[in-house]
Design a protein around this ligand. Structure first.
Ligand code: FAD
Length: 148
């Protein structure tokens, strides 16, 4: 058993809607819980950026399934690396829809972590994509904390 992190990006099909996102999230949570996988799925500007953590073998199998999914295309692995600890261990899968965040914030984070002025994960390297997701994750946790 080797703890790894896999990050990839992809283009969503143009017809992808809120219901599709919910279906993906529900299925991900169910399957990932069984396999001990955790992570974040970010959707914005018609693209996905997902980070998955867990056992190397299960990550590989899961990514192979995901890459064949017809709800997105042109999947591109950004990083598949051994890690010492999880960064997103609280969630079997949590979805972040960037349309829930202000345009200014998305622009600010996109410009901080890429050369683009909008969310464009294909232009992010491993460190940048992780930095982007961690900032969103922290913001999400703060919002959850302030609501409770
Ligand atoms: P089933 O749910 O029975 O699906 C069987 C087949 O039908 C699969 O090939 C599936 O891709 C396809 N399918 C199911 N519903 C639809 C639909 N509405 N439209 C088109 N094809 C469909 N799965 C995970 O387990 N963990 C993840 O973290 C994860 N993240 C994902 C992220 C993205 C961006 C996308 C698009 C999908 C993700 N999925 C994830 C779903 C994954 O691609 C598979 O659909 C799922 O793992 C298959 O689960 P299953 O073996 O129980 O098969």
């Amino acid at each position: 058993m080797s703890l790894c992190r896999l990050t990839y990006c992809s283009h969503a099909i143009p017809s992808l809607d809120y219901q599709d996102l919910n279906n993906i999230l529900e299925k991900s949570q169910k399957n990932n819980t069984t396999l001990g996988l955790t992570g974040l799925l970010c959707f914005g500007n018609g693209m996905f950026l997902q980070v998955l953590e867990g056992d190397r073998k299960f990550l590989g199998h899961t990514y192979n399934r995901i890459a064949k999914d017809e709800r997105h295309h042109d999947t591109e692995i950004i990083e598949f690396v051994e890690v010492d600890s999880r960064m997103f261990g609280e969630w079997s899968m949590k979805a972040l829809d960037l349309s829930d965040y202000s345009k200014e914030l998305v622009k600010k984070l996109s410009m901080k972590y890429s050369s683009a002025t909008d969310f464009y994960p294909f232009q992010m390297n491993a460190k940048q994509s992780l930095g982007f997701l961690i900032e969103l994750y922290d913001l999400m946790n703060k919002n959850v904390a302030s609501k409770s």
